[in-house]
Structure formats: C-alpha cells, structure tokens
Design a protein around this ligand. Structure first.
Ligand code: 6GU
Length: 221
C-alpha cells in the first residue's frame, strides 16, 4: 500500500511514520509513506496557497490550484482520496478495515478555515476523527494511518494480533492481568489462575459485556 499526504507540514510526519509498528511495516516493504508539500505546487511565484473568501467573512480559504496540481503529479490509478475535515463522516473501525485493502490512499490535510469547494471534486471520502476541532488534518491522517496499517496482513506479529481488539469484536476488551499474582493488595481474579479455558472464556465474555454496558452502551444497539 502507498499512502500519500498532501500537507504544508511534512515534518510533522517524520517521527510517527518511522517509529514502532508503522516504521516496521515500512521496513518490511508492506507500506510506504509519501509526504507532498502542496506549497511546491502553488503555481504562483509567491507560493501562496490560501486567499480571502469570495463574499467576505473571517478566515482564509485553501486555493484549488495547489491541491489539484499536487494530486495530478501523483498519477495514481483509482486511489481513495480522503479530505480531512470536522464536517466529514466519523472514522471508525469498519472504515479502517475497508481502507486496509486499498492500494493507494491520499490524505488531503488543510490548515485553514476552509477548503475551496472545488477541491471536493477530487475527493472520494470526507472524514472526521471525532467531535472536536484540530488545527489541521495532519494528526487526523496519522491517526487513521495507524488504525489502517496495523490491519494489513503481515504487519502485526502473533503477540500483537488484532483478532480480539475492542470494536472488531463489537465489544470493549475484557480486563488483562500479568504477574505478580498480588500487587499492593490487588489480586488477580482466581478464575484466570486455574487453567480452565472454558471458564476463562466465559469470564472474559461477561467482563467484556459488563464493560461495554457501563462505558459504551451505544455499541450494544
Ligand atoms: Cl479530520 N480535521 C480537523 N481539522 N479537525 C478535526 C478532524 C479533522 N477530525 C476531528 N476534528
């Protein structure tokens, strides 16, 4: 999979995409990340990428030319093109699973009051990562990258498996314990110590249900 980021701040990506599982996925050759500074595609001599809104009002608007020119320079065949904005469809695990099968994903990351509406003609999806406002799309695109790349076959090893993740099962995860058996007076539940796998599975399922009911009743509907 190739993931392309149209951004004015390519440096923001360096640490995250080269670290831990995202960095390892790239070293393994499963995925590659490409940042494109669309200021280089402004098409004007002052490298201007934003301008005042027609009709007046506060804030600047991202001009169409830099984004169209940067997109065309990629010459991709049938990519998913994701515009990051708070008005988009809420990102979730189902969308992450769907995106994990794509060959090319392009993230368009703005830092302005708005995108010129004509930019939307390039886009297959408008996505938000939650009901709060970020200063730009970069962190949202990295969050989505993290959720997507870990689902590509070969990225996680057996210990890191995602089969029992919260959300992929439809429930929140059950509690986990490791050694020691007792820590500062807090004991590991007896059922986990007795080696009865059927009882352990039942306990975990009950705890998952309880946790989901308490914290995220909306997931049970
Ligand atoms: Cl995708 N962009 C911005 N700027 N803010 C957001 C967001 C995206 N998702 C939630 N808030």
């Amino acid at each position: 999979m190739n993931i392309h980021y149209l951004t004015l701040f390519p440096k923001m990506y360096d640490g995250i995409l080269n670290t831990s599982i995202l960095g390892r996925a790239k070293e393994k050759g499963i995925v590659d990340y490409h940042t494109i500074n669309f200021r280089d595609f402004s098409g004007n001599k002052h490298n201007k990428v934003d301008d005042y809104p027609y009709g007046g009002g506060a804030g600047m608007v991202l001009k169409p030319e830099p984004v169209f020119n940067a997109m065309e320079s990629l010459e991709l065949d049938d990519p998913r093109v994701i515009l990051l904005c708070p008005q988009g469809r809420p990102f979730d695990q189902k969308m992450a699973e769907e995106l994990s099968t794509e060959n090319d994903i392009v993230f368009i990351c703005g830092h302005y009051e708005g995108y010129d509406e004509r930019i939307r003609s390039l886009v297959t999806d408008e996505v938000s990562i939650g009901d709060y406002v970020l200063t730009g799309g970069e962190l949202a695109s990295m969050t989505m990258t993290d959720a997507v790349v870990r689902l590509i076959p070969g990225v996680l090893n057996r210990e890191e498996s995602h089969q029992e993740d919260s959300f992929s099962t439809g429930l929140l995860e059950h509690p986990h314990y490791t050694r020691p058996r007792e820590y500062r007076g807090m004991k590991v539940p007896e059922v986990l110590l007795n080696g009865n796998h059927k009882l352990i599975e039942e306990w975990r399922h009950e705890e998952s249900l309880k946790r989901t009911r308490e914290r995220r009743p909306d997931l049970l509907e």
